[in-house]
Each structure stands twice: as structure tokens, then as C-alpha cells.
Design a protein around this ligand. Structure first.
Ligand SMILES: [Zn+2]
Ligand SMILES: [Zn+2]
Length: 436
């Protein structure tokens, strides 16, 4: 077996890995690096005709955003993903098409993509020529999977993005039956300093912070990724509001979050068991809470902004690189009683990062906006931190080789150095091929 790396090595973004066996070639993920000058994996179009199948770990664009191009360039075989991944992927790709209008995508290509979806069920094996493939719950976002690929001699386990800890929304990754001689692992938070506080501590800080602002008649804006993080935040707010720990105010939900929340609701069987039980045994449905006020039309946004009442707004985009959050911020940033509450990673160069670093004035839509509102961060992570990743290695039976991908180079390297006594560890570079 050989592994060839086409993207997402020594970086986060454009994940794309090829597994080559005696009879077949498959791709694990086909992502893009959103907003980058060099956004696509280094996979030559000429190679596409040799690929027997594509397997998608989850619906984030850095793992699936290259599919429209692949199908537009003539690839016409199957793409496998879980049901929830496919549903979210369609929303994400439509949104990406609308915002970025990439030149390398045709309507016919998009139709071809739709025709070639195959639903993969968790823990059921898929046979493709000499390969056996299995999707395993990864705990990262709804539908996310670890993918195991075996040719009978070697088994490669690919993490995609993984979270071993359970959250309100998702069960942690299912590590009960992992067996592989080779692991390809993400390393987003594999650096020596990457240890997260327990989720309870973060949630408590966040809830206190929201309460403080509302009690002083301010409003809270929570910029969030539409998938996973937003639903997590909503469940927390709803829970604490119902128990009286946060004052009852409307929680406005704006942007793609509304659509993605509906997808969570009808894929509830892939969410956390406790959440399923809550819905089953009581009449109460936390996805349809009366506390939520979806903002479905652009016109209603100004009404929300102008009503002068304390409120919470959960909206996209998570790093403030676009989306409705910019409109809210433009109108609400001058009021020092308001608060911008960050719950996710803010990449360097984004407006979110600028605000986190204490910017007093920012530019939105070429207009200068004075920042008087408070800015606070409570990082809820959907990724494993370093102790979790180290723990993962011990869960994989028969593990010998570890390829470290999907991380800043320094973090991947730190992780490699620290595990190399026990495993043959490699930080592969893009374009490199490795024989097992
Ligand atoms: Zn992801
Ligand atoms: Zn990722």
C-alpha cells in the first residue's frame, strides 16, 4: 500500500490524501483552503480518471470543497459519505458557490456530483475492488467520520478531524474497536501548549459573561461557525435560560445556522444519546425552543438591531470574514454595554483575530467602525487537544506508523518529536509518497 499526500500537510486546509493499493486508488477527502491565494490540493486533473472512489470524512470545506471541481473536471465515479455529511455538504457547497463563484466549476459538474453520492453507514464495511473501507464516528461535527481502509495486508486509519470528548451535541469519537498499523492523524491542537480546560469551566465562564451583559441592558453578539459550534452554543444558552441562570431574552439566529440546525434535528440519531433521550422522553425539543427567534429575512435584521432591547444574536461567520455578523457589529459596536463573544478559533488575518487582539477601530465594507463594545473569548473546541491525541494513539491496536497532518508545521513537528520513540512518526510534505 502507498499513501500520497496532495494537501493539508504542514497546514490546515485543502485536505486530500490518496491511498494506492495493488488494484485501486481512492481519495480520502477533497478539500480547499478557503480564502487562500493557493486554495486547491496539488492533485493533477489527469490523475482523476484513475481514481476508483472518493471518501469524505466530514462536511467542512477544507475536507470537501474540491468536489465540485473534481466532478467538473470529468471525474464520474462515486463519492461516499454519511447521510448527515451529504446534507450539510450540499448546503456548504451551495454557499461556497454563491460567495466565491469559482471558475473551475460547471453546472454539469455539480449535477454529476449529485448523481454520484453514496450513503456510508457507520461501522458497516464497504467493498471497493481489493479494499475494505469503514466509517467510524469521529465526534467532530454531525456526520463526521474516521475512515479505515484495508487491503488485507495493511490497514490505514484516517482521523479526518476528531474530537474524543463528548459535547452537548455530539458523542466523542468511537475508539472502542480501532485497529490499524498506520494512522493518519490531524494535529490542529497537537502543540506542546495545546491543553484545553474542561468544557464545564469554559461553559460556566461563557454563561456568566452573557448574564453580566444582559443584566446591564447590553446585547451579546456571538459569531459562530454554522455547523456544530452554533448548535452547541444554542443548546447551552437555551439550557441556562430555561433554568433561570441567564435572563430570558430573545436569542436571534441569523444566517446559514437555521438550515444547519434543521439538519441536526432530523439526523438526531447521529447526535449525542442524552440529547436523543431528552427529546424522546419529554415533550421538550431543544432544537425548536421558544427562546430561539430565527431571522429569516434581511429586512428583519434592522428591526432586531433597532429595537433597543437586550438580546443575544448567534450568527455567521465564525471569524467575521463575512455574513450577517458584520451588519450587527457595524450597528452595535459603538455601544460599550454590548459584548462580542467569540467561541471559536480566529485565524490570523481575519477581522475576528483583529478584534480579539483589542482593535479599537476596524474597517467593515470600506467604512471605519469604532469598537467600543467588549470583546471576550470562550473557546469551545470541536477538535482533540494534545492529551486527547496522545490518548488516541494508545487506542489503536497494532499501531506502528503515524503520519501527522492537518496542523501548523510547528505543532505537527512537536507532536512527531514527542511520539517518535514509540512509533515511526512522519510529518509528510505535500506531494510526497510513502510506501507501507
Ligand atoms: Zn472540520
Ligand atoms: Zn479540518
Amino acid at each position: 500500500m502507498k499513501i500520497k499526500f496532495y494537501g493539508g500537510q504542514e497546514e490546515v486546509g485543502r485536505s486530500c490524501i490518496m491511498i494506492i493499493s495493488e488494484q485501486s486508488k481512492i481519495l480520502l477527502d477533497a478539500g480547499i483552503k478557503v480564502g487562500d491565494e493557493d486554495p486547491y490540493p496539488k492533485l493533477p486533473d489527469a490523475e482523476l480518471k484513475n481514481i476508483d472512489g472518493i471518501f469524505i470524512s466530514h462536511a467542512h470545506l477544507d475536507h470537501c470543497g474540491y468536489l465540485p471541481h473534481i466532478y467538473s473536471a470529468g471525474y464520474d465515479r462515486k463519492v461516499f459519505a454519511t447521510q448527515a455529511t451529504m446534507e450539510i455538504l450540499n448546503v456548504m457547497i451551495n454557499d461556497y458557490m454563491r460567495l466565491s463563484e469559482p471558475e473551475n466549476v460547471s453546472k454539469e459538474g455539480l449535477r454529476r456530483l449529485m448523481r454520484n453520492y453514496v450513503v456510508a453507514e457507520y461501522m458497516k464495511t464497504i467493498k471497493l475492488k481489493d479494499l475494505t473501507i469503514k466509517f467510524i464516528p469521529a465526534g467532530h461535527i454531525l456526520g463526521s467520520s474516521l475512515i479505515s481502509v484495508s487491503d488485507g495486508k495493511h490497514t490505514v486509519l484516517y482521523t479526518g478531524d476528531i474530537n474524543l470528548a463528548s459535547t452537548r451535541l455530539m458523542e466523542g469519537a468511537d475508539t472502542r474497536t480501532l485497529k490499524a498499523d498506520t494512522l493518519i492523524t490531524e494535529s490542529t491542537y497537537a502543540g506542546r501548549d495545546d491543553k484545553f480546560p474542561p468544557e464545564n469551566t469554559i461553559v460556566k465562564g461563557m454563561v456568566d459573561s452573557v448574564k453580566e451583559t444582559l443584566m446591564q441592558n447590553g446585547s451579546v453578539i456571538i459569531p459562530s461557525f454554522a455547523v456544530g459550534r452554533a448548535q452547541e452554543v444554542l443548546l447551552i444558552l437555551d439550557d441556562y435560560m430555561n433554568s433561570g441562570k441567564i435572563p430570558k431574552v430573545p436569542i436571534y439566529i441569523d444566517g446559514m445556522i437555521n438550515k444547519i440546525t434543521r439538519i441536526h434535528r432530523h439526523n438526531i440519531l447521529s447526535c449525542r444519546k442524552e440529547l436523543q433521550m431528552k427529546i424522546l422522553v419529554s415533550e421538550y425539543d431543544p432544537f425548536k425552543s421558544n427562546n430561539y427567534k430565527p431571522v429569516e429575512k434581511k429586512q428583519s435584521r434592522m428591526k432586531v438591531i433597532r429595537d433597543g432591547e437586550p438580546k443575544i444574536i448567534v450568527t455567521t461567520s465564525g471569524m467575521l470574514s463575512g455574513g450577517p455578523v458584520l451588519e450587527y457589529l457595524t450597528h452595535m459596536a459603538r455601544n460599550p454595554l454590548n459584548k462580542l463573544l467569540m467561541v471559536g478559533y480566529q485565524a490570523k488575518g481575519t477581522l475576528g483575530n483583529e478584534l480579539q487582539n483589542g482593535a479599537k477601530e476596524v474597517e467593515i465594507d470600506k467604512k471605519k467602525v469604532a469598537i467600543k463594545l467588549k470583546v471576550e473569548t470562550f473557546h469551545l473546541s470541536a477538535h482533540a487537544d494534545r492529551p486527547q491525541l496522545l490518548n488516541l494513539l494508545t487506542k489503536v491496536k497494532g499501531l506502528k506508523n503515524v503520519f501527522i497532518v492537518h496542523g501548523e508545521k510547528s505543532k505537527s513537528e512537536q507532536f512527531r518529536e514527542d511520539i517518535s520513540k514509540k512509533y515511526k512518526a512522519t510529518v509528510p510534505s505535500i506531494g510526497s509518497t510513502h510506501t507501507l
